[in-house]
Design a protein around this ligand. Structure first.
Ligand code: OXD
Ligand code: MN
Length: 598
């Protein structure tokens, strides 16, 4: 029926594509091969259509700008659904819709949605080509912007169909249409029982690059539990010490808490001989290796990073990464064809610039409420190839991944959580991850000081009942003969006046140094002390030489205030109680131990 599809050998892929084409009724079908010629042709077409704008060829070779619709600039958690047969499988942490109801609802929007348009078929691999831990997906979309982003974020094209093989059914089926971008007809639906995703009505990355949050986290977390591995919202980095030994850690922080910056950290002057190797900045897929350790791959091929706040101080490696072959979304366009955003190293353009909406913009402009009018959308993004990052690990595409010695959880807390502490054991670590939280600050969104629980940074991304997810963490911990040590960090602790106590950025390596020391030399005991919340560094074991941080400030950074912690334990219940009887008893057990110790 669809001649273009006859070149696809795998009958399961072909019949699913026929089904999708029958529903969406495209005028053309294009099967992406991933070639340079294809990229050039699609880019030219998008430039012609005004979907992309070319940037300054000398300053930013191979870079383009895209502007989304103004009502379509972020992930939409309230329109994101887990569609399982049983409602309980989705849990109180997800919106649920019955699969039949979801398909009926979305089919009405998908019906004929590609009439007069081209349906792009994007086969892709998550993970290094040929890795036993990689997985194949096929995304169908009517957006060239999506195709070009997927080309950076995944290993896309013919090689994905080669990796899948002629008759495997093990691939993610992702259907996307930008449709009319009407928020009332926007749905991000996941069918984990069918390894399927339907996304309609949005053109924003997190909703439409189905490989990323939808497949690599929501669906993959489900598959991982079924198949005995873990899909986590974690960066992966290697810390090479002056002796040339590299230790790998994985770290989970809520969105917009600096994962990309930490993944690309540049050691401070005072720590010569150290080097940070970036393996991934957002997602880790982890398996138990033959040697009994936990091994991680980065399933992605690029970075989809938040732009504002990125500069030569916060993240020089990211700045270098985005100088070529990068898709910028919703940033300021300067008159010379280069780009700008809030807190860029260069001063704001005073003439001839266009804001993210495409309107003339100058930095003195004000919103109706008198606040400064931002030129770049606060969630504006860069999409850039990971291979361009100066700190990319030489082994980042090793099919077996890298061995993880430590898992680090973190949040943004003005008080309560110390700079760093270590879990006594895996079960205690799961409790620390399960009760992870971040405060919204004035500079962020929502009510200042409000605490949002975001267990393992997976609250928006866990594709099933989080009570079962905690249980899975507890269970898999017992199956890892040599599990990573678990830590918690907080770079954001403030003093009485609200000033940050810790310098952050490159200096965070001083904390990583302690973590590595703890994780790799368990026989050492003099560098940590037992407290009710876990093991906290002794004040002499965090190196503050050369910092302005005083010994008193370090003591404040490491202080455990029993009063604050008692309130913290109580406040955890508001979240934990949601899971009722399903919450693993071990979580309550750890909570009880903490309460008693306080
Ligand atoms: C992201 C997120 O885009 O976590 O990585 O929201
Ligand atoms: Mn993320």
């Amino acid at each position: 029926m669809f001649d273009e599809l006859s070149s696809i050998e795998n009958p399961h892929v072909r019949s699913w594509l026929e089904e999708v084409a029958t529903l969406t009724k495209p005028s053309n079908i294009h099967i992406c091969d991933g070639s340079e010629e294809e990229k050039a042709a699609l880019t030219a077409q998008a430039l012609d259509a005004g979907e992309l704008e070319e940037l300054n060829k000398e300053e930013l070779p191979g870079c383009v700008l895209h502007r989304t619709a103004q009502n379509d600039v972020a992930r939409v958690e309230h329109l994101t659904f887990i569609c399982t047969n049983e409602e309980k499988a989705a849990g109180p942490n997800n919106n649920w819709m019955a699969p039949n109801e979801a398909k009926e609802k979305a089919s009405k929007i998908f019906d004929g949605v590609m009439e007069g348009r081209t349906m792009y078929v994007v086969p892709y691999v998550m993970g290094p080509i040929g890795s036993p831990y990689s997985k194949v997906g096929v995304e169908v979309t009517d957006s060239i912007y999506v195709v070009l982003n997927m080309r950076i974020m995944t290993r896309m094209g013919s090689r994905a169909l080669d990796q899948l093989g002629p008759d495997s059914e093990d691939f993610n089926r992702g259907l996307h249409s930008t449709a009319d971008r009407n928020p009332d007809r926007r749905y991000i639906m996941h069918f984990p029982e069918e390894n399927t995703i339907w996304s309609v009505g949005s053109g924003y990355g997190g909703n439409v690059l189905l490989s990323k949050k939808c497949f690599a986290l929501r669906i993959a977390s489900w598959l991982g539990r079924k198949e005995g591995w873990m899909a986590e919202h974690m960066l992966i980095l290697g810390i090479e010490d002056p002796e040339g030994r590299t230790t790998y850690v994985a770290a989970a922080f809520p969105s917009a808490c600096g994962k990309t910056n930490l993944a690309m950290l540049i050691p401070p002057e005072s720590m010569k001989g150290y080097k940070i190797w970036t393996v991934g900045d957002d997602i880790a897929w982890m398996h138990i290796g033959d040697d009994g350790r936990l091994w991680a791959i980065n399933p992605e091929n690029g970075f989809f990073g938040v732009v504002p706040g990125t500069n030569m101080k916060t993240n020089p490696n990211a700045m270098i990464t985005v100088q070529k072959n990068t898709i910028y979304t919703n940033v300021v366009l300067k008159s010379d064809g280069t780009v700008w955003w809030e807190s860029h190293d260069d001063p704001a353009p005073t003439e001839g610039a266009l804001d993210w909406k495409g309107n003339p913009w100058t930095p003195d402009m004000k919103e109706e409420d008198g606040s400064p009018k931002k030129g770049a959308q606060p969630n504006s993004r860069f999409t850039a190839p990971a291979s361009q990052c100066p700190s990319i690990a030489p082994n980042w595409e090793d099919p077996k991944g890298v061995p993880i010695s430590a898992i680090i959880f973190g949040g943004r807390r003005a008080r309560v959580a110390p700079l760093v502490y270590e879990a006594r054991d895996w079960q205690h670590g799961v409790y620390i991850g399960a009760t992870m939280a971040s405060e919204r600050t004035a500079a962020q969104y929502g009510k200042q000081g409000e605490v949002r629980r975001d267990p393992m940074a997976m609250l928006p991304f866990c594709g099933y009942n989080m009570a079962d997810y905690f249980q899975y963490w507890l269970d898999i911990g017992k199956r890892i003969p040599n599990p990573p040590k678990i830590f918690h960090v907080n770079w954001f602790r403030t003093d009485e006046e609200g000033k940050f106590l810790w310098p952050g950025f490159g200096e965070n390596l001083r904390v990583l140094e302690w973590i590595v020391d703890r994780a790799t030399t368990p026989e050492k005991t003099e560098n940590a002390q037992e407290t009710p919340i876990g093991l906290v560094p002794t004040t002499s074991s965090i190196n503050i030489e050369g910092l302005e941080t005083t010994q008193e400030q370090l003591e404040d950074l490491l202080k455990i205030d029993p009063k604050e912690w008692k309130a913290e334990v109580e406040s955890q219940n508001e979240f934990l109680d949601k899971f009722g009887e399903d919450l693993p008893k071990e979580i309550r057990e750890e909570q009880g131990k903490l309460k008693d110790a306080l």
